[in-house]
Design a protein around this ligand. Sequence first.
Ligand code: UD1
Ligand code: CA
Length: 451
Amino acid sequence: MLAVAVLAAGKGTRMKSALPKVLQPLAGATLVERVLASCKGLQPDRQILIVGHQAERVEQSLAGAGGSCPLEFVLQQPQNGTGHAVQQLLEPLAGFEGELLVLNGDVPLLREQTIAELLERHRSSGAAVTLLTARLADPTGYGRVFADGDGAVSAIVEHRDCSEAQRCNTLINAGIYCFNWTQLAAVLPQLRTDNDQGELYLTDTVAMLSPAMHVEVADADEINGINDRLQLAQCEAVIQERLRRHWMEEGVTFVDPGSCTLSDGTRFGRDVVVEPQCHFRGEAVIGDGCRIGPGSLIDNSRLGDGVEVLYSVVRDAVVAGDCAIGPFAQLRPGAELAAGCRVGNFVEIKQSRIGAGSKVNHLSYIGDAELGENVNVGAGTITANYDGVNKHRTVIGAGSKTGANSVLVAPIQLGANVTVGAGSTLTKDVPAGALALGRAKQLVKENWQMP
Ligand code: UD1
Ligand code: CA
């Protein structure tokens, strides 16, 4: 049997944030979501989150998470250290037999493979505890692990409790442990607060358990703990580097990789070119042969093959193949473009479906609208969708053309192949094939002189 416990009760004082530390986002997912994801494949029998500081908020953020093994929340109040946190498991895990994997909620870069290896080593060696360590050039802040050449650990001493000599030890505790639960449960009540912080340290159990072993990680980046914004930024950089490397290996060209950011949910087809300063968030799915950027944000949107986006924002939108967006366009939630559309500069489209081959090239707002195929929206055309209380729909039939500076006051329907004269303000429906004009007649007085 395997139980996983994630320590997520701490406040994260050093973050200086209103948000509990484990809810800080990293490439679009919170720290605690990342930690949970890193052990999903191990198929634990129990998954327990130890919460305390803003417990409700942490619980709410994880509603629906956990998958096949539901999350159990255990409250630690007050938060008197990592040992005190794990003491809270004595009751919920009473009678449990097997391994307890303890993960710090602020160590988000761990790979599942690394945890699996730790578990494997623990099981095959029969140790009472096996913990993950790393050698760091700068071990400042981490607990130091004292071990012999065979990997047997005698003690962990926190940075602040170390002597000058002990601080020279560069082998650090990653905060990831695999315990034999029965043996840990027997020593947990013996923890004492005789340390610099006056807390109960989980790390002190290691000297009480025998044998205690450690496994050193190959890639020290994986065990980066996040205590402050500097470390948050460093971890973000590591994740971004991993994501970009992955997608370059999958056939994406990044002209200036370091200037672009991705999310876990970003997916690229083949031969996509990403120009400098592009950002992909949420589930951003980009088809084959797209050219994105420079200077674009694609958030939670799907782009078909061969789409070009230049200096534009695309958010919660769906864009079919061969469309061209921008420069300086904004596709807002619910924008759906069929194949081969063209959306040009200073155009905003929201909650609207645009038929194949249609063009909205200059200075327009299209909201709550349905455009057929091959519609040509003239420069400055506006769908006036809001009467101050409700939103209304505009429908424009296939092949229609609106003149420059048209205002279509919704609700309104234009049939197919309608022509709207420039400068018209239309408030009534127009049947197919008609010319609609809604503007003052031009008056010309010849040879007119000021009186
Ligand atoms: C801890 C380890 C240290 C290790 C480092 C790795 C201890 C005593 N020290 O130090 O050896 O090198 O992690 O990153 O364990 N938490 C609770 N309840 C509490 C206190 C903390 O749930 O009462 C949670 C925090 O939310 C956090 C995790 O435990 O997710 C670690 O706590 P933190 O205070 O960051 O420990 P470190 O000082 O980093
Ligand atoms: Ca920490």
